[in-house]
Every structure is written in C-alpha cells, then in structure tokens.
Design a protein around this ligand. Sequence first.
Ligand code: ZN
Length: 121
Amino acid sequence: MRRKIGKWMGMLFGLIGLPLFLFSAQSFFIRDDSSALFLLLFGGVMTLAGFSQYFRFNRWEKKNFTWYKRKHPDFCDANGRVACASCNGRHIRVRGLMQHSYTREHFCAACGTTLYYSPEG
Ligand SMILES: [Zn+2]
C-alpha cells in the first residue's frame, strides 16, 4: 500500500514538474527572462526525480516472486524453494532497500544477484 502511494507520488511530482519546466523554459529561452532560471532548474529536477521514483517503484512491483517463477521455472521447486538463476545457489538472503522504498530485495548469498523484490511488512 505504501509502495503504491510512493509510486503515484512520483508520478504526481513528475506531472507537476513537467509543465513547470516547460513554462519556465519558454520564459527563459524565448522571452529571455533570466528570473525563470530558478523555476527552470526546479521544474527539471522535480520532473526527473518524480518520474524516476515512479519507474523505480514500478520495476520493484513487476519483478516480484510470481515474475521470477514465470521467468525461471527451472529454479523454483514445488515447495516454493527458489534457487539463483545465475549460479544455482540455494541460499537466498533478504535485505531492505533504502528508506521509504518499503521494498525488500531477495538476493543470492553466493553471487549477489538480485532475484526478485517483495513489499515490506
Ligand atoms: Zn547466485
């Protein structure tokens, strides 16, 4: 749930930042209004940060356990035990990603390859 909020907050930021960026770009470059520079940078950063957050959350949501099972059926047995697709290691460890991502990363203890992501808590 919190991941959904984070994802759509990113989209919202991007959608607010983009017109801000375009309007101030028009003022700065076409109307030669140098005071628009701050808004131009602000809008640009907001757009980039917003959309990159959206796509980051989107990727975590997509690369879940179901996705991994579908992609590597040979590395998942009937009991739900998973093996690493690059080294066949059976020791999978879990770590939380950075703050406010609400996402855990499941990775191979032997070679460090990320297998899939799951929501926190
Ligand atoms: Zn591995």
